[in-house]
Design a protein around this ligand. Sequence first.
Ligand code: PMP
Length: 433
Amino acid sequence: TINNEDYTELLESRQKNVGRNLSIGYKDKLKIVKGALQYIYDDKGRTFVDCVNNPSHVGHCHPIVVRRMQKQIATLNTNTRYLNDTIIEYAEKLTATLPDALSVCYFVNSGSEANDLAVRMSRHYTKQKDLIVLDHAYHGTSTVAMEMSPYKFDSKGGFGKMPWIHKAINPDLYRGPYKYGDANAGEKYAADVQRIIEVLKKEGKAPAVFICETLLGVGGQIPLPENYLKTTYEYVRAAGGVCIADEVQVGFGRIGDHFWGFELQNVVPDIVVLGKPIGNGHPLAAVIVTNKIADAFNNGMEYFNTYGGNPVSMTAGLAVLDVIQEEEMQQHALEVGNHLMDGLRSLMAKYPIISDVRGHGLFIGAEMVKDRQTMEPAVPEIDIVVEKMKEKGYLLSTDGPLHNVLKIKPPMPFNKQNADEMIQYLDIALSEL
Ligand code: PMP
């Protein structure tokens, strides 16, 4: 193993000149110097399988994405005040992956900015201010996105919940009040959103927005119960609110069964928010809305975004869509994801510490508990497993409100061989606990 003494100077400079609450992963820090598809390499020449970086969606430094971006950046990079073909071509290709109603794109630079804009547009449209969010959710780091993120505002250093924010119960079939096997759990969790709407009504208000991820990431890698979004969206729309789907972590074919997470729930959102994988790590994000919402936002005030929609970002987005399709990555995610989940379930049968395995495609969580009856979270055991896996060359992370869910969302080229090897090493790591 390598210890931090190798990086004393680097760590000191970082502490001095870079924001101090930028965290660094792992007990023994990694200095990563190169990436290639699902692999990243450190300065000591060690190879790691990246099991967590969904922004590098089609793979770190995918050669087609890199080449097309190189060509574009050597030709032109400017703002959207000139006519240019790339933004049109991209908007057409991107909206072609979505239901017809979602037809107008706004291109921005981060998921946070996209969520912020989505809320602003919804408030214009509804003339309301209140937002319904899921407990433990994370939607970004801008002021508005932080206000929508219980994961942040409820945590150490947070400002607390603003009066116009309302938290609905996390629809978690493992830990929540309605569990696996309850055929009406989706409707029961949706009833909590209706409860909030009733409270608002009594105060003479209505929700501007209901926003949630279409599989919960920071909430603990949780697929939504059947009928949850269908029922919730009905309630929210009946109250005049806008339904926003945050696809920042799950979109672009990762879930295998579908291209978008909301398709698992048979709904069409009023707004989808895209980020992370959209530009393969290049700072690009998007808000895609219905005509009605776009028209309400076109209210006389200019919307300008210095970098949003620039031709280099648009080229990155186009290249990502092309590569997903040409390399049949959605189907690959389905097959490899199912294979990996089978492997995790076989470990679950062997080690009681793994108490739930869930996910779709290459968006997977494995919950760890000290005791399956009490469901006491297996912390620090999970941290030990993550550190041991790192030593074997597999980079995993943890998530969930109790910090006890192994989080797996690798670049899409992650393959069956990587999955088998991961399971072998996990087996060893778990047996050593
Ligand atoms: N929404 C979700 C679901 C996210 O996971 C994140 C980032 N982790 C964001 C929004 C914010 O995206 P960004 O970091 O690009 O601002």
